[in-house]
Design a protein around this ligand. Structure first.
Ligand code: SF4
Length: 363
C-alpha cells in the first residue's frame, strides 16, 4: 500500500524531500499546498519540480478518505459524515455550526474519530459496543478536518447554513469514535499538523482532547509544547458506579484521575471540562449531583451535562428533562459551573458510533 502524505509531519516531509535530493523548503511548499491551497492532486503543486511531483504521485496517496454517507439535521447546522478508509473500515465525523451565547459569534467545530471502534467499552456507548478494531494514523485524523475545510471553502453548505458560517474549520474536538489518548502518537502528531502555521493553523486553545481517564497519558499531554483543552468523561462521582459505566476506572480510579486533571490545569492553565452523560435512574439524582460537586470542589472546571441518545441497549435510557434540570440545579446550587448541553445530534443519530452502526446494518 502507498504511504499517505498527510501522515507526515513537516520534519518527516523535509526528510522525504531530502531523500529525493530536494531542499528542505519543499516540505513547507507541500504543506501549504495540502492545508492552505487544499490541492486535490500533486499536479496542482506547480512550484515543485515536475520530476518530484511525479515521484510523489507514484509513491504516496494525497487523500485516502472516501465519503460514504452524509446526514444533516433539518436546520443543516450539524452534518455527520461516514468515511471509508483505505482498508475498507469506516469512521464517522461531525461538523457543527456553533453560535455564541449572544448570537454575535459563530464557529465551525469538527468532531473527529481517533480509532476504529474503542477498547474502553463503556456499556451505554454505541462505539463501545462495537469493540476495538484499530488506531487511526495521523493523516486519517487530519483528513477528517481537511474534508470539512474543503467543503466550507467551496461553500458547499451555504444553502443550509445561509452563509452564516465562516469558511473554515475553527475548532476541533476529539470526541468521535475511540479513546484519543489510547492512540497518543497519532493524535499528538495530528494536533501538530492542525496547529502548524504552515498546516491548518488552528489555535491549540480551539482543540479539545476528550478522554475516559487515561491518567498517564493526561500527565504526558500536560508536558507537550502545545496546550490543548482537556475534557474528561466522568459520568459518575464514585468508583463503584464509575467502574460500571467507564471500565477504565478500575485501572485509573477517581483518586488517581482527579489529581492528574488538577495537575493538567496547573501546568497548562487550561480549565478542564467534565462530561457527564445523564442516564435515567443510574446517575441522575440530586444526591449524585451533590456527590459530583464534592468530588470537584476546589478544582477550577466546567461540567457539561449530556442528555444521552437511545442506544441499542434498553438498560441505559436518557434522563427526563425534569430529572436533568434537577441535577443541573443541584450542581448550580453547589457553585459548580455547568451547561446542560442541547443534544442537537439526536435527530441524525450523531451519538458515538450510531451512524456507523446503521451503515453496517444496511450495507
Ligand atoms: S464513550 Fe468514548 S471511551 Fe467510552 S466506549 Fe464510547 S468512544 Fe470509547
Amino acid at each position: 500500500m502507498k504511504s499517505r502524505i498527510t501522515d507526515l509531519s513537516l520534519a518527516q516531509l523535509e526528510a522525504l524531500a531530502s531523500s529525493y535530493g530536494e531542499p528542505a523548503y519543499r516540505a513547507r511548499q507541500i504543506f501549504q499546498w495540502l492545508y492552505k491551497a487544499l490541492a486535490n492532486s500533486f499536479d496542482e503543486m506547480t512550484d515543485l519540480p515536475a520530476g518530484f511531483r511525479q515521484a510523489l504521485a507514484a509513491e504516496t496517496v494525497l487523500l485516502g478518505l472516501s465519503p460514504l454517507d452524509e446526514t444533516a439535521t433539518d436546520d443543516g447546522r450539524t452534518v455527520k459524515m461516514l468515511f471509508k478508509l483505505e482498508d475498507g473500515k469506516s469512521i464517522e465525523s461531525v461538523l457543527m455550526l456553533v453560535e455564541g451565547t449572544r448570537g454575535d459569534s459563530r464557529w465551525n467545530t469538527v468532531c473527529v474519530s481517533s480509532q476504529v471502534g474503542c477498547s474502553i467499552c463503556c456499556p451505554f456507548c454505541g462505539t463501545g459496543q462495537q469493540g476495538f478494531e484499530r488506531n487511526l494514523s495521523p493523516g486519517e485524523i487530519v483528513e477528517q478536518v481537511l474534508y470539512f475545510q474543503r467543503q466550507l471553502a467551496n461553500h458547499y453548505y451555504d444553502n443550509t447554513l445561509a452563509g452564516l458560517t465562516p469558511p473554515h474549520v475553527s475548532h476541533v474536538v476529539f470526541m468521535g469514535m475511540g479513546e484519543p489518548l489510547a492512540n497518543y502518537e497519532s493524535v499528538s502528531q495530528a494536533i501538530e499538523t492542525l496547529i502548524s502555521k504552515q498546516g491548518l493553523g488552528i489555535s491549540a486553545r480551539h482543540i479539545t482532547v476528550s478522554t475516559a481517564g487515561l491518567t498517564p497519558q493526561i500527565e504526558r499531554l500536560a508536558n507537550e509544547r502545545f496546550h490543548v483543552e482537556l475534557a474528561v468523561s466522568i459520568h459518575a462521582a464514585n468508583n463503584e458506579l464509575r467502574n460500571r459505566l467507564v471500565p477504565i476506572n478500575r485501572t485509573y480510579p477517581l483518586e488517581v484521575l482527579i489529581p492528574a486533571v488538577k495537575e493538567y490545569f496547573k501546568k497548562t492553565g487550561r480549565r478542564p471540562t467534565f462530561e457527564y452523560t445523564l442516564l435515567e435512574g443510574i446517575n441522575d439524582s440530586p444526591q449524585q449531583a451533590g456527590e459530583l460537586a464534592s468530588l470537584l470542589r476546589g478544582l477550577k472546571c466546567h461540567v457539561n451535562l449530556i442528555p444521552t441518545s437511545p442506544t441499542l441497549s434498553k438498560e441505559f435510557l436518557p434522563s427526563s428533562k425534569e430529572q436533568a434540570l434537577g441535577f443541573q440545579s443541584e450542581l448550580t446550587r453547589c457553585r459548580i459551573s455547568n451547561t446542560l448541553r442541547v443534544s442537537r445530534g439526536l435527530a441524525i443519530r450523531a451519538a458515538c458510533g450510531q451512524l456507523h452502526s446503521r451503515w453496517q446494518a444496511t450495507s
